[in-house]
Design a protein around this ligand. Structure first.
Ligand code: SF4
Length: 89
């Protein structure tokens, strides 16, 4: 039997840079159980496990000012923004 009411345990941790947040709400619209708008008009964290890893990364990628960083807690790597440098020859 599949249990759908289990809490989601995610491995991606999100961090909001309030200095970069311009209050565009994209993160709240895409992952409203993880982010909410604070009284200062900027995003704030509600619950790291509120949304799935996929939803959290989509929310971070949708931020128009790159104010959300995503860390993979299993590996310690920064998942977003991508830090890989592409060298074109
Ligand atoms: S999407 Fe980015 S700018 Fe908009 S509220 Fe969220 S963190 Fe702030």
């Amino acid at each position: 039997m599949i249990m759908n009411d289990e809490p989601v345990m995610t491995k991606f941790k999100v961090m909001i840079d309030k200095n970069k947040c311009i209050g565009a709400r994209s993160c709240v619209n895409l992952a409203g159980l993880t982010f909410r708008m604070g009284s200062d008009g900027k995003a704030e964290l509600i619950d790291q496990d509120g949304n799935s890893d996929e939803e959290k990364i989509l929310a971070a990628q949708a931020c128009p000012n790159m104010a959300i960083k995503v860390i993979n807690t299993a590996t310690g790597e920064t998942v977003w923004p991508e830090t890989r440098l592409e060298v074109k020859i």
